[in-house]
Design a binder for this molecule. Structure first.
Ligand code: SAH
Length: 211
């Protein structure tokens, strides 16, 4: 077995240890080469279970956190998913393998362009990358079955909740952007929201739009 193969199996083992039980998610991570989403200086560290830097001072999340968020979303093949914070495109690509359609919004045009090019190169046809302010959601494609926010928000973005279907699930890091946040799962029940607070996490902030 090659060194790289060993590293990936070690990563999958650590995801299992961290409570990831969904075999579809584990298989998806095993077969998606994270090095493709990283710059030259970090490709050789792609199997490490840590966040790593990408362009524009942003980060690709830690695989454990990526997997946990996907598991919390209770993904189904029929789902139309909105992701806020495309970053490298890694999370969007993983999602695209388990659901029908992924829309992903990124504030930084450089990142949005790089992710679009990479997704085209990988010949993935069910992801659309949009350059814009994710806090506004994507009303034109709403409502969504699931919404994933991969940047830290102090409060639940109201416009995103409006774009979630009844019984839909939103997962986001909630809390102060200069400290750690709490990974939160919100289920939109008829007439009320059910909040479930999970792990302590540390995400880059959800920022106001550039333009
Ligand atoms: N999901 C990414 C990692 C996200 S890092 C991956 O798999 O690589 C968080 C991203 O959110 C950054 O790229 C940052 O530019 C973006 N972001 C921050 N504020 C935003 C906003 N208001 N709208 C859209 N994207 C935003």
């Amino acid at each position: 077995m090659t060194e790289n193969c060993n590293n990936i199996l070690r990563l999958i083992y650590s995801l299992r240890q961290a409570g990831i039980t969904d075999n579809q998610i584990l298989s998806c991570i095993e077969h998606t080469d994270r090095s493709k989403f990283l710059g030259k200086g970090f490709k050789n560290r792609s199997s490490e279970n840590i966040p790593l830097p990408i362009s524009c001072g942003q980060t690709i999340s830690q695989p454990t956190v990526v997997a946990k968020m996907m598991q919390l979303l209770e993904l189904s093949r029929k789902d139309k998913v909105l992701e806020i914070g495309t970053g490298s495109g890694y999370q969007a690509v993983l999602l695209s393998k388990l659901v029908r359609r992924v829309y992903t919004v990124e504030r930084q045009s450089v990142l949005a362009r790089q992710a679009t090019d990479l997704i085209a190169k990988l010949a993935i046809g069910n992801i659309t990358v949009i350059r814009g302010d994710g806090a506004l959601g994507l009303p034109i494609q709403a409502p969504f079955d699931k919404i994933l926010v991969t940047a830290a928000a102090e409060e639940t973005p109201k416009l995103l909740l409006d774009q979630l279907k009844t019984n839909g699930i939103m997962v986001l890091p909630l809390g102060p952007v200069d400290d750690y946040q709490i990974l939160t799962k919100i289920t939109k029940k008829t007439g009320f929201l059910e909040y479930q607070e999970l792990d302590r996490v540390n995400f880059v902030p959800l920022l106001p739009d550039i333009n």
